[in-house]
Design a protein around this ligand. Sequence first.
Ligand code: NAD
Ligand code: LMR
Length: 338
Amino acid sequence: RVASPLATRALGLEAARSFSSSRSAQAKVTVVGAAGGIGQPLSLLLKLSGKVDHLSLYDLVGTPGVAADLSHCNTNGKVTGHKGASELKAALQDADVVVIPAGVPRKPGMTRDDLFNTNAGIVKGIAEACAEACPKARFLIISNPVNSTVPIFAEVLKGRGVYDKKKLMGVTTLDVCRAQTFVAENLGQSVNDTAVDVIGGHAGTTILPLLSQVEGAKFSDKDLEALTHRIQFGGDEVVKAKDGAGSATLSMAHAGAYFAIRVLAAMEGEADIRECTFVENDLTAAPYFATPVILGKDGVEKVLGFGKLSAFEQKILDENVPALQAQAKKGVDFVHKA
Ligand code: NAD
Ligand code: LMR
């Protein structure tokens, strides 16, 4: 099993600088929703990584300012800003990787599915533009509800004949970050020595951390239930604390930039890059399912699957599958009825 390096190569400024002084990538990365709460710090981390030859920032408003600001950072790569629907295609043209944190975030009391009515249309529009301007890019979807927005994006690309299941990835890295942080805390050990896979989906109980597979750990039933619940509802913890001002932005920027940089590293030929992501696969009856994968030059090179589950995990998985099927169908139906 290839160890997940998320903990050992956390994306701090120092790590970003060392990436920056090593290889210079020839990649164009477009961030869609770049002026938002996630978009701005995510774009900063990508700029600091030095892994991006051309960082293209798109949003409905604000991107000229964000781009001018980031362009003064003395790291590799140029930055361009694109604002408003008329500039979307230019922002996307020939992108190798498109990272999408566009759309509205939750307020207290909402589920991610409550965002569907607003975000489904936003994601569909972005997918249509991508199908035309950069059909061969790797697409990293952050916009919620991920369990439905990834199927929406796929369905649009399928309709245009440009869908490649290896290249469409729902970003579930924040679930892995949370799992590693909370498990390390519980075990009283460094996050640098803690690896946890998280499978399923990205909403409430569809998030399934595989605590039975954490090396060297044996949790009490009480801890197992509490940790699982906290990882599943970590997003709600932030929404509640922000008290109406949105959801996780900084930890998501970290997770999103980390995942994008892993996709770029695989694209450049680095081997054995293992990450969890929400992709189309046939591991379960759900069409899209988050699982450990090996990333390669063209996105997901190999779906690894999730190994043996405990009875506790199997029960959650059995409940997850119908929920994931229904949420995917909701996305697919949205594209076909629109
Ligand atoms: P935000 O409101 O701060 O920023 C969203 C940005 O999207 C805004 O700048 C807005 O102008 C832009 N936008 C809206 N419509 C657009 C369009 N058609 N094209 C381009 N840009 C558009 O919100 P945020 O806190 O950055 O969150 C963004 C999304 O990410 C939300 O849906 C949120 O639920 C989701 N999210 C996902 C995860 C995850 O783990 N996958 C984690 C945190 C947040
Ligand atoms: C998260 O997990 O933090 C995000 O999906 C945002 C949210 O709505 O909780």
